[in-house]
Each structure stands twice: as structure tokens, then as C-alpha cells.
Design a protein around this ligand. Sequence first.
Ligand code: AR6
Length: 345
Amino acid sequence: MPLQIIRDDITTMQVDAIVNAAKSSLLGGGGVDGAIHRAAGPALLEECRALGGCPTGSAKITRAGQLPCRYVIHAVGPIWRGGQNGEEALLASCYRTSLELAVEYDCQSVAFPLISSGTYGYPKDQALEVAVQAIGAFLDNHELLVYLVIFDKASYQIGKKRFREIAAYIDDHYVELHGDFRRESRRRQEIRLNEEIWSGEEFWPESSENLESQMFPKAPAPSFSLADALKQIDESFSEMLLRKIDEKGITDVQCYKKANISRKLFSKIRSDKYYKPSKPTVLAFAVALELSLEETKEMLQKAGFALSHSNKFDIIVEYFISQGNYDIFQINEALFAFDQSLLGA
Ligand code: AR6
């Protein structure tokens, strides 16, 4: 997954480069800056001294001392002054400049903290939004693995309004299905559907009619035969995916980028008609292709899955799809906020 949001301590990340939320003197400080300097040892400060500082919104690179990565990119985020002083553009520029440096130094993987969201006071939900958008825009044109490292749960918030809406949606749908009456009626519906499938005419040759009626109680007239069912599974998940890409008139690259899926995984799926994806991968493609809820269910079915109302992950994705919100990064932020695994590989 090209962009991953994880909860960790950035000083332990085994990536090519970690990004430091530095001050413009680049001479160390508190927060993540202090933690990085402590873990890297004095050699890092020596290198930083030679850089002669860095303007806000920009970044500079050094080696990493004793850290498990190869480089430290020192980015200087803006101090929050109410939001009307170019803070957003400066913060986005930090991410962009850092990523450009990473590419220039041949890095395949980079880890960022949530720049400016601590001492510099940038509201955390907005800092996260800027980070995700800026990294997402860069990944549209680059193949790179980027981690957004969130230190503690408290420092991570999606907008309160969005959080409340999703929580309410989960509540409604989760509770709804767990009411005894509804569960029972759904169970009956499922039994009925199974009976309809298995009573398909093509499945039972004329001569076996008597045997059939002895083995099974009389079923309603078939509306969905076994042959129909078999026709449906004829198209595999990967075939359906490629067909949908064509139908939507987008390119493969546009599709896997929007799904937050790596090129490597996409080529695997493309070249293997019977590729068995995970559920988050299928849903990531459904979101990228902006499928309706019905189409999403069909695509899941191709891979042997179904949307369930008994887990939060499914309900959250369903919430976004039913709202017509197909921004995978926003969906992943919400999933992360509710402690769920993320969409993508
Ligand atoms: N790993 C990942 N994230 C961390 C870690 C860690 N080990 N430690 C803290 N964070 P801040 P700023 C998170 O204050 O707001 C320094 O003194 C933290 O929870 O480190 O950009 C510099 O020298 C928060 O969400 O950076 C500057 O003077 C995020 O990192 C000034 O602070 C950023 O918090 C920069 O302020």
C-alpha cells in the first residue's frame, strides 16, 4: 500500500528515510526532533550544524547516525497562527519538498511524523488532512512507500463531525442487524434464496423429477437457476476488475493509484486470472472504480466475500460508498480512527 498510516515511534522505523519535524535552525529541540536526535546520537547534530538552517516549508537531508534508516530529512513546518497566514501551503510544501529529496536520494520508503501538530500547534485533524492530501498528490506521479507515523492515539483525530456521523452509522447498522427479528428474517431470506438456486431446472433433468420431489419439499418457481449462478462465477475477480477499468474509461495506473495499491500487486492481479485478493484489496478497487454498493457487492462476491454488518470495517466502507465519497485516503483515515485495518494491499 503506497500510503500507510500506522501507530509507532518514528525512531524505530526501518525505512530508507525518516522525516523530522524540525525548527528552522535545525539544531534540535523537543518532541519528535528531540527523540530523533537522542536515538541518532551526536553525529546527527554535527551534520545539522553544517547545513546553516532551513526556511519554513522546506527541508534538508542528512545521514542518520545510529538510527536504523539511511537518511533523516529535516522538514520545518509552520507555526499555527490561526490558519490565515499561509500555514496550509507551507505545511503541504514540507511534505512535497521532503518527498522530492527522498526521490533524489533514491529512497524507496519514507516515514513522516504529523509535522507541526505538536509544539507548533497545527490542529491535528487539519494537519492530518494536509499530510494525506500532499502525500497522495505526490504518489500520483511516483512509486514510493510512504508511512505516516502517528505517535499516540490521542494525537490522531479525524474531524469530530465526521467521526460522530460514522459512529452513528455504525451504531444504526450494527444494532439493526443484531435485533433478533431482523436476524431471523434475514436467515429466512437466505434459506429461500438457496432453495431458489438449488431448484433451478437445468440442474435437475426431467427424469429425476420424482426423485427431486422426494428429496426436497416443493420449492417456489425458479427465478434464478444453477446455470445462471454458474454463469455469474464464470467471470473471475481479476476479469471483472479489468472490465470495469475499461468501462470507466480510466487507465490501469489511474486505477491502482486511486486504490492505493502498489504497481507490483496490480501486475500480479492483472496477470493471474484466478488471483485471490484480500477483502481490503477488493474494496480498495471498488472505491477506486467508484462502484455503487450493488456493484461492490458483486465484485466482493467474485472474490468469495460479502459485506457484513457484523464488523465495523465493512460498515465504515459501506458508509462512504453509500455517501458517494470515494476518497480512499479519507476512508483510510476513518478506518484508522476506528482501529480497523486499512483499504489497499
Ligand atoms: N514518533 C512519531 N511521532 C512523534 C514522536 C515519535 N517518536 N514524538 C512526537 N511525535 P512536534 P512540531 C509526534 O512537537 O509540532 C520541536 O521542538 C507528536 O505527537 O515534535 O512540528 C522542534 O525543534 C506530534 O503529533 O513537532 C520544533 O521547535 C508530531 O510528532 C518544534 O518542536 C509533531 O510534534 C516543531 O513542532
